[in-house]
Write a protein that binds this ligand. Sequence first.
Ligand code: PLP
Length: 405
Amino acid sequence: MVKVNENYLKLPGSYLFSEVARRIAAYSQANPQAKIIKLSIGDVTRPLVPAVIQAMHAAVEEMGTFEGFHGYGPEQGYPFLREAIAQHDYASRGVTVKPEEVFVSDGAKSDCGNIGDIFGVDNVVAVCDPVYPVYVDTNAMAGRAGDFQEELGKWNKLIYMPCVESNGFTPEPPKERADLIYLCYPNNPTGAMATREQLQAWVDYANANGSVILYDSAYEAFITGEDIPHTIFEIEGARTCAIEFRSYSKTAGFTGNRCAYTVVPMELERGGVKLNSLWNRRQCTKFNGVPYVIQRGAAAIYTPEGKEQTRQSIAYYQKNAQVIREGLTSAGMTCFGGTNAPYIWLKTPKGMGSWDFFDLVLDKANVATTPGAGFGPSGEGYVRLTAFGDADATREAVERVKAIV
Ligand code: PLP
């Protein structure tokens, strides 16, 4: 009889966001009059900007002609998009990334999960705690995480690096050997941003130990601070130890369009093998590229109009983040993040557990949050709030939470 991948059977019960959705649905059913505002939402709500829509319309028209029809495209992405990425996301910041180092994909989630295909099962994996669950679960599925220890809320073969108030939610490199290191800045869920010095320490560690940093920069568009690195490749030595993931999901509202990219530098080699060649082989074998129409839409965000329009969308969410952060802080609550990220990491009052606080706020304020404990043991005592909602609803949610605390 066929054997299933038993690693899947070790995964703990429910995926965090499903559990949040389940509790919200149960509450709504029991309280149909409640008008719930979701500060838990991890999806964007603003429509696609006009420059993207126009480019996609034009691409659809092209597809209806013999001359402009596109069938299977290059698995790595069309040259027009790879070149625009190299130019606008990197060269404009003084960073060299060649188009052939850019792999366009259908999502940073897929890429963060699929990247494990090119690494051996016995690599030691280090993750931040709390963490975007995809890094942990995909390593568990691949058999790299060992067994889940229910009582600790941790996998026994993963290195968990606590991200807590005392280290500014950014860990130092571990004392033990870590081969694959997932870093995410701006951070989901804490909203923290690493400094240039902190990232330099990670790059130096990775180069000294032969590790690879998997740098998820899905929220790069939210960086506002001066002298904050927008890409790991601003850090000296990163080209020999890092892979970077970027996404148009939060940058340009592409969550429903599906387009992202991964940069694998040519200099990055392990065991005498270029990781760029391995990733190229993986993508050519298992992926048939992002639709032409979507890639045309993505390229449009690099035009002057596209840049300005996406900047305005991001500014809308940044304003929401400010409203949440300042509103709750003024009510005596402790908030982190929200300045370089669309996430606010709110400390629960009086040391309440995150799920208890989630239930309380849902019940008394009809506001949905995401419990920090769902992102890892060090997330206990926090909830994550997001800035992706409607501005008026966000303001109202903040007032309602203030009223109950
Ligand atoms: N990486 C992080 C840290 C995220 O929070 C998310 C989405 O929530 C993603 C990646 C997913 O990006 P995409 O929509 O490109 O798959």
